[in-house]
Write a protein that binds this ligand. Structure first.
Ligand code: F6R
Length: 584
């Protein structure tokens, strides 16, 4: 939800910020802006739209200067438009600020500031912060004024601010929204995530909750939530810039789908020793996650129940505080690619307040969730840029299968996963042909049973989010309890139908929809299903039937990708969405 980046050093700051904003665009693409501080003045340029066209029309690169900050927005307060675009400037036009998060007490603050004579130009919550700094600045020097303003904020924020006073200083703050410092030689960066700074440095300092940092070209200082100077651990990342770029593919999504055959090895190498001990020590396990991660969580629930005999339940994280009753004996497993999802973070906090232990599975090193969990397993999937999660779902599944498999011979089955993924990838031309058949339909149904049902849910989510077609998934047996009335001639039904114990029942469901005229697309390795379907995409046979979700999801991700492209949509940037959802 929104991306921010700041720079101070000796490079042309507008270039650093514009490049960084392109990498942050997956976090929001409603509007974009940049502010460059030069001596005692600020050059502010912003507009509605995506980075490339706005940077070009507003001539971002015409601005010289060595200190700047920028922002890409995912609208929460106020429509996407030029006025609501960040950064925001104060009444004296000498203080400028960009914000990611939600200021919950903005309306009280705005009323007070208006009474004090401040003029507002936007409908956003964020603009109050720059005026607050301005107000405090009347009484104290810039750092103290920034700290005093931040202390008045309620809600979540990652903030970048500078004062055009010739001091070339960038002020940063974070609470419940990510902000990482990048440390270079004679230059400093701050951004919502690491890939935005990867072209310049590999050394990073993730800020902690409540931290305030002051950056100049000579280095940085961090102050904790009590205003005391603090030391924060720096990390060196092994990612190359290449890993955060398209590498010759037309879209990040296609690159990331293809990446899976490499990254799944890394995910299967994750260290789950402590996590496995936590699972072994608990009988009741609550799994919390959102969206794609929730579908991975549903797979985990099935495996924990069926293979380990646990009492496991998967919860949509935003619902968890209203429907669950965790206690000291509950193990909570939180799954989040970004480790920043506000709904998941709140559910984790709720579980912790009840005394539960929390194990989290996440992809982002040092993300917020890692700081409040008792144990963390990293997915090792590398950066995922496309808004739709693909390789991280497979990584979550790989880690999940490792977690539930006993060490030693119990894990031998996992060795088949990479080749199942490769074989599914090899079906791309068949998948593209099916995409062409369904791309102009209105409603598409997915059916599956057992472990194939969460895969069907994920296939439907992927398709709807990037193709804007209406797609729903049902457990095969549920059709006759209502949804069957929606099936009529030509309606596509995608049946996830591997040769496993659930197939005889699913076969019956396929016949039910066929009898009502559905156009059945089967993902299958079964002859009889192939004969019954209108068209089928071959599934590679799996000796261990529990592994079918891996090839199935690759096929469904590719199907969604090709439908999206055929419909003329950019699959990397679906409308109304953003990666890393840091609002509840
Ligand atoms: C869909 C998608 C989302 C995320 C969800 C949770 O393709 O990416 O549904 O899965 O927003 O995000 P994380 O896993 O970062 O908590």
């Amino acid at each position: 939800m929104c991306g921010i980046i700041g720079y101070v050093g000796s490079r042309k700051a507008s270039e650093v910020i514009t490049e960084g904003l392109k990498r942050l665009e997956y976090r929001g693409y409603d509007s974009v802006g940049i502010a460059v501080a030069q001596g005692n003045s600020i050059d502010l340029r912003k507009d509605k739209g995506m980075v490339n066209p706005v940077a070009e029309s507003m001539r971002f690169l015409d601005v010289s200067g060595t200190l700047a900050l920028g922002h890409v927005r995912w609208a929460t307060h106020g429509v996407p438009c030029k006025e609501n675009a960040h950064p925001f400037i104060d009444c004296t036009r000498t203080i400028v600020l960009a914000h990611n998060g939600v200021i919950e007490n903005y309306s009280e603050l705005k009323d007070e500031l208006k009474k004090a004579g401040h003029r507002f130009s936007s409908e956003t919550d964020s603009e109050v912060v720059v005026h607050l700094v301005e107000e405090e600045r009347k009484k104290m020097p810039p750092l103290k004024a920034f700290m005093a303003a931040v202390r008045k904020l309620k809600g979540s924020y990652a903030l970048l601010c500078t004062v055009a006073d010739g001091a070339e200083t960038l002020y940063c703050a974070r609470r419940n929204s990510p902000l990482v410092l990048g440390v270079g030689k004679g230059e400093m960066f701050a951004a919502s995530d690491i890939p935005a700074m990867l072209a310049y440095t590999k050394t990073f300092v993730p800020l902690e909750e409540g931290d305030i940092a002051v950056l100049s070209r000579n280095g940085y200082k961090v102050y904790d939530a009590n205003g005391k100077e603090a030391v924060r651990k720096s990390i060196t990342v092994e990612w190359s810039l290449d890993m955060a770029e398209k590498g010759g593919y037309p879209h990040f999504m296609l690159k990331e789908i293809n990446d899976q055959k490499h990254f799944v090895h890394e995910s299967l190498a994750a260290d789950v020793t402590n996590a496995r001990a936590m699972v072994a020590g608990h009988e009741a396990i609550d799994i919390i996650a959102c969206g794609t991660s929730y579908h991975a969580g549903t797979i985990l629930k099935i495996l924990l129940s069926r293979e380990l005999g646990k009492r496991a339940e998967a919860f949509i994280a935003s619902e968890y505080p209203f429907v669950a009753n965790p206690g000291k004996k509950t193990l909570v497993i939180a799954i989040s690619q970004s480790g920043e999802t506000a709904d998941t973070m709140q559910a984790v906090k709720f579980a912790k307040s009840r005394g539960s232990k929390v194990l989290s599975l996440t992809n982002v090193v040092d993300s917020s969730i890692t700081r409040i969990s008792d144990e963390v397993v990293y997915l090792n999937a590398g950066p995922e840029i496309s808004v739709a999660a693909t390789k991280t779902f497979t990584s979550q599944a790989a880690v999940i299968y490792k977690l539930v498999s006993n060490p030693g011979p119990g894990q031998e089955r996992l060795a088949a996963i990479p080749s199942l993924i490769e074989k599914a990838m090899a079906q791309e031309s068949a998948i593209r042909a099916v995409a062409a058949k369904i791309a102009d339909k209105k409603d598409i149904f997915f059916i599956g049973r057992g472990l194939n049902y969460p895969v069907a849910m994920e296939g439907a989510l992927k398709l709807k989010e990037i193709s804007y077609l209406h797609a729903e998934a049902y457990a095969g047996g549920e059709l006759k309890h209502g949804p069957l009335s929606l099936i009529e001639k030509g309606v596509p039904v995608i049946a996830v139908a591997p040769k496993d114990e659930s197939l005889p029942k699913l076969f019956g469901n396929i016949k039910e929809v066929k009898a009502r005229g559905a156009y059945v697309v089967a993902l299958t390795d079964d002859e009889a299903v192939r004969n019954e379907a209108d068209v089928s995409i071959p599934l590679p046979p799996a000796a261990d039937a529990t592994l079918y979700p891996f090839p199935e999801i690759i096929i469904l991700q590719l199907l969604a990708y090709h439908v999206s492209v055929l419909r003329g949509i950019n699959p990397d940037r679906p409308r109304n969405l953003a990666k890393s959802v840091t609002v509840e």
